[in-house]
Design a protein around this ligand. Sequence first.
Ligand SMILES: [Zn+2]
Length: 170
Amino acid sequence: MRCPFCRHSNDSVLDSRPLESASVIRRRRICKNCHKRFTTYERLEEMPLMVVKSDQRREPYDRAKLRQGILRACEKRPISMDTIDLIVAEVEYELKDYVMEISSKVIGEKVMEKLHAIDQVAYVRFASVYRNFSDVNSFLEEIDKLKNRKEKNALSKAVPSKISKLKIAN
Ligand SMILES: [Zn+2]
């Protein structure tokens, strides 16, 4: 990397972190010649990463699917969208060490580790479902089922209360 101040090309990296999209890495650098600091943004090549599921089927890594799984675990929790994107970015950043393929279990464990540090409820939701369902798809299906059940319960509770209110009005 060439220093933007003195054009010297000898620098050291102070700090690297993935940005929101995770295909961009921000690096803080210091020039070894003039000692000024500067920032570079590096775009990673699109990862041709395959996810190996528990039944040994493979599918291309899908960020949207991963994000969706985390979103659902974080539903109604005090967790901002920025935090969710950061979790995705951090997980993806760690995935860069896997060149060809990665087990879906490893991805799940990474997400659990991040959620554990942020929100216990979201962690438990993700872990309880994900540990039993070794891929993101069946995890999402299970969350949908839970959601439907919850809505049904809410409905059956709502109906009697309406009825009792009507009775009072009469
Ligand atoms: Zn310099």
